[in-house]
Design a protein around this ligand. Structure first.
Ligand SMILES: [Zn+2]
Length: 338
């Protein structure tokens, strides 16, 4: 019997569509369904993925039936897979590009997965390798898949997502093109070049599907923006929120760090001196023959406050969503308010 895997250190994450407004009428999309709730094991973490689907709320809108998915959630793992797409790409890359043997790859992959308390059998890994080769054939299959094309037509076209992934942080990039509305992978291709011309070449099979492209989501490399603008000049292009947040997060984090350092410089020494002085007064009060209970109580309270201030000054940041400076300010404001 197969043992049920226990996932430790699981992070729960909810994914919503990157497109927030109806591409037909512009109404704000509303949550209608949970597309999936599943666990995905990646090279760096184990995620409990909750994928929410949204629709246009206007019942008379021509796009009312269209279900919007999160491109980021679909990018985590292929449909029906627990192991992430990053692992599929890693295995395929090691095998076909680096010409490693199955055993060599299994050893390296097992070591990587051990860092997130996971294991993979040799057979499971070979299954991922098959998925990789299927991925490279996806383009031909999509072109011949009439029922899928019907589905895409019912959506009035595709929302195209373009994701460039570097399996080894090397100079090779695998470009995945996906239809965000149906979640279908349209094509995957390896390249070492990301010029506008090369990207247009990579996008040619999508053009050949002869389906309207009603929107594009990408990670906003300048050459991607140019390639898309020339191929589909009327399709609105949205920058992937994940990449945008990561970039914005970096700026905020830098600013936060400056504020934090500044607050520390201004307050740390003073707080420290104040506490030192309090301790001295407390000792003196205790040594006095006649105890003044009220004074002692007051000194103890003051000491507690000062300790809290000192603690607040040492709050650390956890990017991208926990900012030490901000937390410090909030903590100090609470202390002040009390
Ligand atoms: Zn609408």
């Amino acid at each position: 019997m197969r043992k049920k895997k226990v996932y430790q250190q699981t992070i729960k994450r909810t994914y919503r569509p990157e497109v927030t407004h109806c591409v037909d009428c512009g109404s704000r999309l509303q949550r209608t369904v949970t597309i999936s709730a599943r666990t995905v094991i990646t090279l760096t973490e184990v995620i409990k993925v909750v994928h929410r689907g949204y629709r246009c709320p206007q019942s008379d809108c021509p796009g009312h039936q269209r279900l919007y998915r999160s491109s980021q959630a679909d990018a985590l793992a292929l449909q029906g897979f627990t192991f992430g797409l990053d692992i599929v790409l890693f295995v395929g890359h090691q095998r076909l590009r680096e010409h490693k043997t199955v055993d060599e790859i299994h050893t390296v992959l097992s070591q990587r997965l051990a860092q997130v308390q996971q294991t993979i059998s040799r057979r499971e890994m070979l299954f991922l390798f098959e998925a990789y080769t299927a991925l490279l054939r996806a383009g031909t299959e999509v072109a011949q898949d009439e029922p899928w094309k019907e589905e895409a037509r019912a959506n009035h076209g595709l929302i195209l997502s373009i994701d460039g992934i570097q399996p080894d942080n090397g100079n090779e990039t695998i470009y995945l093109r996906r239809d965000v509305l149906t979640g279908r992978i349209l094509n995957a291709e390896n390249t070492t070049e990301s010029t506008k011309e090369r990207l247009q070449q990579i996008l040619a099979p999508v053009v050949a599907l002869e389906l309207p492209v009603i929107g594009v989501i990408s990670d906003a490399q300048p050459t991607e923006l140019q390639a898309v603008a020339e191929l589909w000049p009327h399709a609105p292009h949205q920058i992937c929120q994940f990449h945008a947040i990561r970039e914005a997060g970096r700026l905020i984090d830098n600013a936060d760090h400056r504020v934090k350092t500044d607050m520390r410089i201004r307050m740390q020494e003073k707080t420290h001196a104040y506490r030192h002085n309090l301790h001295k007064r407390l000792r003196e009060a205790e040594e006095r023959e006649e105890h003044n209970e009220a004074e002692m109580a007051q000194l103890h309270i003051l000491e507690e406050y000062a300790a809290m201030v000192e603690g607040a000054l040492n709050v650390e940041s956890k990017p991208p969503f926990q900012y030490g400076g901000l937390a410090m300010h909030e903590a100090l404001s609470k202390i002040e308010a009390s």
